[in-house]
Design a protein around this ligand. Structure first.
Ligand code: GTP
Ligand code: MG
Length: 309
């Protein structure tokens, strides 16, 4: 009898009214493509499935068409198929289509009822999306109004994010979704903490290749001198370089700022490791650059042994 290790899989649903931005979100975070502001909207017919492997878990993302006829079918005759085995539900609400919000709430409540029935353990994320369209001064108020309305009568815990595909917010939010759905947060975070504790690094993060961070950064890293969008432009540059070479194997890239040395390592699995080392500390410890490469390489092997059975 042959032994086949069971592949870890996880199902994510992305749900919301038509044109709220679901397919765009998926395109941005899985392909790294930011749309132009005048891109034409193309409705999703029925639903589309997208596969993504994160830290050894195969995620299946269901992008559910938001037109009424589809929503009625998903929450009606297809509900057992759609809502069974769900790990994470993302519900997308448009920030400025306030007249539609009661319809959004209707389908959210219906979906939560189906989730209680078929996947009671699932985690629910609410994305208050297209926040770029809300004037800055009004953002706090709009957020409160929508959050209050959406959570009325809901006893289940929901994670609330304000997002836009034109800023880092969508990468942070989807990074959390990936981490939750793949179970990666529990494994990755302690690894990063140990790395920081034992090395001269003060920045550490694991990203998807497109730049979605998989652990909460605030407590681990001092991302004070560098923004996530700068990290992402590093990624883009490196990805570009990789695309021009023959081999798509793992690569490490070194970058320097005035005060830090950064190493980014792309793993074959589609994850990217990001570490920052303060130059001052390297000097104190008399630590040469090649030794940093070795440490990052060791980390990546450790990660590989944990996430790739
Ligand atoms: N301003 C702004 N526009 C966005 C944002 N995200 C998506 N859009 C736009 O909103 C429109 C909605 O597009 P889709 O992503 O196809 O909407 P959908 O939710 O998949 O719609 P259905 O498939 O019909 O359910 C597109 O024109 C996008 O370019 C955002 O963060 N800000
Ligand atoms: Mg769509």
């Amino acid at each position: 009898m042959s032994y086949l290790p069971r592949k870890k899989t996880s199902k994510i649903l992305i749900l919301g009214l038509a044109e709220s931005g679901k397919s765009t979100i998926i395109r941005v975070v899985t392909e790294g493509k930011i749309p132009s502001k005048d891109d034409k909207y193309q409705a999703t017919i029925d639903y589309e499935r997208k596969q993504k492997i994160i830290a050894g878990t195969e995620l299946t993302i269901f992008d559910l068409g938001g037109q009424t006829a589809f929503l009625d079918r998903f929450t009606g005759e297809l509900s057992e198929f759609i809502f069974s085995g769900v790990k994470t539900l993302v519900f997308v609400v448009d920030s400025i289509k306030i007249p539609e919000i009661s319809r959004a709430k209707y389908y959210l409540d219906l979906s939560l009822k189906k989730l209680d029935q078929f996947s009671p353990e699932a985690t629910v994320f609410i994305f208050q999306h297209k926040v770029d369209l809300v004037p800055k001064k009004m953002r706090q108020e709009v957020k409160k109004t929508i959050a209050d309305y959406i959570t009325t009568g809901v006893s289940r815990k929901m994670k609330f994010y304000t997002t836009s595909v034109f800023s880092d917010t969508i990468f942070r939010a989807m990074g959390d979704v990936y981490a939750e759905a793949s179970g990666a947060r529990k494994t990755l975070r302690p690894l990063l903490e140990t790395f920081i504790r034992h090395n001269a690094a003060d920045m550490a993060q694991i990203f998807t290749r497109e730049g979605a961070p998989l652990t909460k950064m605030d407590n681990i890293s001092k991302f004070d001198h560098i923004s996530l969008s700068e990290v992402r432009s590093f990624f883009d540059a490196v990805t570009q370089r990789l695309a021009n070479t023959e081999t798509q194997k793992s690569t490490s890239v070194l970058l320097e700022s005035d005060h830090r040395v950064f190493i980014i390592r792309f793993m074959e699995s589609g994850l990217a490791l990001f570490f920052g080392f303060p130059k001052e500390r390297l000097k104190e410890r008399n630590e040469p650059i090649p030794s940093l490469y070795n440490k990052v390489f060791a980390f990546s092997s450790q990660l590989k042994s944990i996430t790739e059975p």
